[in-house]
Design a protein around this ligand. Sequence first.
Ligand code: CP3
Length: 342
Amino acid sequence: MNDRFIRACRRESVDCTPVWFMRQAGRYMPEYRALRARYSMLELCRTPELALAVTMQPVQALSIDAAILFADILLPLEPMGAPFEFATGEGPVIQKPVRSAADVAALRVFDPADGLGYVLETIRLLRIELADKVPLIGFAGAPFTLASYLVEGGKSTHFALTKRFMYSEPTAWNALMTTLTTVTLAYLRAQIAAGAQAVQVFDSWVGALGVEDYAQYVRPHMRRLFDGLRAEPVPTLHFGTGTATLLEAQRDAGGDVIGVDWREPIERAWARIGYDRAVQGNLDPVTLFAPWDIVRTRAAAILAGVDRRPGHVFNLGHGILPETPVDTVKRLADFVHEESAR
Ligand code: CP3
């Protein structure tokens, strides 16, 4: 089995640097668009055979060192009692946003085997299909990022409703974060029991917070989440964007691997995080629209920056964008392997 990814998560030596891409399955791939022409995003997620097929598309098309389960961080919201849809062009829309203590109290903690059994079934099928060719990453949204969707009702620029709720109703905020942490912990444990070989927690929008707000309103919950995963036999990855000022605080919350975006050079980020953790990153996904020479130079700079220190997983600093040229993604994965093996 190709275990470079797991070895790098554990800071063990590797033959070359492992690489995978956030959103490696998705609209930039013609195979994905062909399936999406027939099924909605939620139908793809809720039908294990289809979710399996989509997960496998990048594994077949690219030379990558991990598969990531095809699902979405928002899937737990429906069994919690907050249904949503993906509206074309607008992103996710939550039917009834959470704006009061009563709304928080109405949210349910559910058994993942009941509420998200289809995800667990997808994982079981994937482990058979992958046959240990590459490891399978499971994932969930972090409580702050999920709370932001619940409170805003969809995507946001300033997170004004979320922060207003956090500041003006601290007790209800704490209850909301506690419920989301409980749900996320149970969901990730169920994914691991079903066969996920690593789990990534996506705190995509936490970079909207200053360090002190992060420490006060978010970190205690992230600590409970990562403490709760410590006894599990798989590595944990802790990801965020816009987090250049939060890296130490996120490291303190937990995670074997800390995600780094492109706003901070990876070698500086790693020195701040400390070499007792692994790091993942950090090419700007928009670089993939540049001529190949620039992509290659920037990828080589990341590899040179980490200087073969064990514990680097190559990735983008955020997900692949829909219009990205597939050929550049393919070349990048090959380049990372060749350049780091030299
Ligand atoms: O990485 C992978 O290949 C696995 C699948 C995956 C998806 N979403 C599929 C998806 C993963 C890991 C996610 C995580 C996710 N979902 C995050 C965290 C990562 C990040 O990007 O910060 C977030 C914030 C979401 C919420 C979400 N899902 C949004 C905002 C959107 C709409 C935006 C858009 O691109 O249209 C989605 C939909 C979504 N999730 C798509 C995919 C492939 C596009 C669906 C489509 O129209 O086909």
